[in-house]
Structures are given as structure tokens and as C-alpha cells.
Write a protein that binds this ligand. Structure first.
Ligand SMILES: Cc1cc2nc3c(=O)[nH]c(=O)nc-3n(C[C@H](O)[C@H](O)[C@H](O)COP(=O)(O)O)c2cc1C
Length: 369
């Protein structure tokens, strides 16, 4: 399984793990892959705490940080979270506020305890994402990645000055070409099957197109990968490694809540949908009554990023508190159909490598036979 990206990062296996959970980051890197912490849901102060924890537990292995700096999103600026949220709330129309209130009544969601503030995700506001990057650069990171576009030029330069590699996600060959022109070192070609924000081209079609478009820049395959056979397929398509997000959500180290964890374990590959209901951009998650309500033509439909998440912040917090599996936000890709057991990261990594080796041997025998 050794490819040039292993040497680039000093890792044993070209398996990159995107996760919001520090324990998974440390466990994957310790098991020979490279853990990448998603920063978007953390305040800058919390990110600092998470990275300090990783530094203490990762045994000197390399890791990365992922930020979300969208190229197309409503511009908001503010000195702190309250100011940003206040600004975003002011941009939301009455019809949408009415609809979300109606949904909280329709789904019988008990109010939050007095004094609890719902907040919402603001990690994709440029000021917050830049604060994340500042904090990340003060830690011994090997990689900085960005979703939804290339990171700004000054950040790419700064990373290179510090010897940090830069990755960016791409859902089309054109995105990947643009990233390479912007100085990105590593392309994550992410197909339609993937969990989280995702485009419309399937992994099987996307990977060779991106590999050919950006050669010799290394490409990692993402979207629908959860077995050693799929890793072998990704390398056969020309990728130098894989970038997986969903599979870690049902590991013992993951911090998925009980209702969401059970929903993942029960779901089949056909149970996901791409919906704008959480972030305002199409993201893959388990389909449920909440995603259906936002796809209902009788409703006003979701707003864009960053408005939609602030609009639904209270409803999301009420859903999370209620523990309702039928409404819970459960971002995941189509590989969820294979995520049927809670296992340790170490066991998952071991199985991936074992099955990869068996697959390559089988193909090799096939050729000789
Ligand atoms: C729960 C979840 C959250 C995600 N959030 C982000 C994110 O904040 N930034 C990002 O670059 N990618 C994010 N992704 C996408 C992953 O980086 C990765 O490309 C994707 O999970 C790969 O496909 P897979 O889910 O089939 O493994 C997320 C994926 C999941 C499942």
C-alpha cells in the first residue's frame, strides 16, 4: 500500500481520516495513517484545547487540521461569535423564521432549558476560519486542508513557509485544476457518495478524471470508501491514497451521540440524501422527517450558507436534546450501509490493510492465471 504520499508525510499507510473527534485523529495517526481534525464546529479557544490534547496523545505522529473557507457564502464579519450570529440572524426573513417555529411545534420539540443559547455553526465565516488557521499553525501540523474551495493565497504561502502541506477538496476536475494553480499540494477528489458536503460526480468517474487533470500532483480518493477492496480500487484508479470520513463515525473512539450512532448502525446505503437543511449547501446525511420537511415544496426551502445553520440552530439543539433518532442530524455517506458494528480505530485500520493485501494478491493471481 506504500505510495509516494507515505514518504511525503512519513506515514505507513496512505489512509487519511477526516474527523471532528480528537481521539480518532490520534488513534488513526498512531495506527499508521494520518488523522485530520475538522475545525469547523469548534470555537478558536476550543480548537486550541483539542490540538493541545492531540499533541499530548499522538506520540509524535503526523496529523492535520481541516478548515472550511467557502468561496461562495454570504459575507459576514465580526469580532466575536455573538456579533457574527447577530449579524446573520438579521439577514434572515420572516417566512423562514415562521417555518422553523412551525416545524418545532409540528415535531413536538420541547424548548431548551431557560438561559440556554443555541448558537450555531460559524466556523465557515472567514474571520473564524482564519482564527482556526492561526491556531493550527502554532501546532506541529503536517497538513492543512480546506473544503469548499482553495484556501486564500496568503495561507497557502504561510503553510509552505512552515513546511506544512496544503490539501483541498474537489468534486470536479475543474476544481482540482484551480487548486493546483493556487499552489495546493494534494487534491482530495471527493465523489457524490461521500458524507458531508459533496458534489454530483461519482467517485468511480471522478478519480481518474482528476488524476489525469492534475498529474503529477498527488490525489487522494474520497467518497464511498470503507473497505480494503475500495482502497485497492482507488489506487487502481490512479489515486495515491484515500481520505475517509464516514467510517470513523461508528468507531469506539468517535464522539457520535447515542441516537445518531444507532441511526448509523441501522442504516443501509440507500438511506442517505443530499440536503441543504443543515449548512445551506448540499451535504449528504441520513434522510429523515427533518430533511423531508426542508425538501417539501410547500415550505420555503433552505437558505444559503451561513444563514441556514443559524436559522435552525435552536431547532437543531432541541432535536439533539430530545435524542430523537427520527429527526437527528446524521451526516454520513453511502458507505453507512457497511457501518454495522462499533469497533476500535486500530481494528478498522487492521482490517482495511488486511483486505487490501488480500485483494491485491487475488488480482495478481487472476492476471497470472
Ligand atoms: C460527518 C462529516 C462531516 C464532514 N465535515 C467536513 C468538513 O468540515 N470539512 C471537510 O473538508 N470535509 C468534511 N467532510 C467530508 C470528509 O472530509 C470526506 O471527504 C468524506 O467523508 C469522504 O467520504 P466518505 O464519507 O464516504 O468517507 C465531512 C464528512 C462527514 C461524514
Amino acid at each position: 500500500m506504500r505510495t509516494p504520499v507515505c514518504d511525503l508525510f512519513g506515514i505507513e499507510y496512505p489512509i487519511f481520516a477526516f474527523t471532528h473527534c480528537r481521539d480518532v485523529v490520534a488513534a488513526v495517526s498512531r495506527a499508521g495513517g494520518l488523522g485530520v481534525l475538522g475545525a469547523v464546529g469548534f470555537s478558536p479557544d476550543q480548537l486550541e484545547i483539542e490540538l493541545n490534547w492531540i499533541d499530548e496523545h499522538i506520540e509524535g505522529k503526523p496529523y492535520g487540521v481541516d478548515t472550511v473557507m467557502p468561496q461562495k457564502a454570504a459575507e459576514v464579519h465580526g469580532a466575536n461569535a455573538d456579533e457574527l450570529i447577530g449579524q446573520i440572524r438579521g439577514m434572515i426573513d420572516e417566512e423562514h423564521w415562521r417555518y422553523v417555529d412551525e416545524l418545532m411545534v409540528r415535531f413536538d420539540l420541547p424548548p431548551l432549558p431557560e438561559g440556554t443559547q443555541a448558537g450555531g455553526v460559524i466556523g465557515w465565516a472567514e474571520d473564524v476560519a482564519r482564527a482556526h488557521v492561526e491556531i493550527a499553525f502554532a501546532h506541529p501540523i503536517a497538513l492543512i486542508a480546506n473544503a469548499l474551495g482553495s484556501p486564500p493565497h496568503d495561507i497557502v504561502e504561510r503553510a509552505h513557509d512552515q513546511g506544512v502541506k496544503v490539501a483541498a477538496l474537489a468534486g470536479k476536475p475543474q476544481h482540482a485544476e484551480r487548486h493546483v494553480n493556487n499552489g495546493i499540494d494534494l487534491i482530495v477528489a471527493q465523489g457524490y457518495e461521500a458524507g458531508g458536503h459533496t458534489g454530483e460526480i461519482a467517485t468511480m468517474v471522478l478519480i481518474p478524471d482528476v488524476v489525469d487533470a492534475v498529474a503529477p500532483t498527488p490525489v487522494l480518493a474520497a467518497g464511498g470508501i470503507g473497505t480494503g477492496r475500495q482502497i485497492a480500487a482507488a489506487l487502481a484508479l490512479g489515486a495515491q491514497g484515500v481520505w475517509m470520513g464516514s467510517l470513523w463515525l461508528t468507531t469506539a473512539e468517535s464522539n457520535s451521540g447515542p441516537a445518531v450512532l444507532q441511526a448509523y448502525l441501522d442504516a443501509t446505503a440507500g438511506d442517505t440524501v443530499r440536503s441543504k437543511c443543515f449548512t445551506g449547501k448540499p451535504a449528504r446525511m441520513l434522510r429523515n422527517a427533518w430533511t423531508d420537511a426542508w425538501a417539501d415544496p410547500a415550505g420555503p426551502g433552505p437558505l444559503g450558507m451561513p444563514l441556514q445553520n443559524i436559522l435552525t440552530a435552536e431547532a437543531n439543539a432541541r432535536i439533539a436534546r430530545s435524542g430523537r433518532k427520527d429527526l437527528a442530524f446524521a451526516p454520513v455517506g453511502q458507505i453507512v450501509g457497511r457501518m454495522n458494528q462499533v469497533r476500535s480505530v486500530r481494528d478498522v485500520m487492521y482490517d482495511l490493510v488486511e483486505e487490501y493485501i488480500a485483494t491485491v494478491e487475488r488480482l495478481d493471481l487472476g492476471v497470472r492465471g
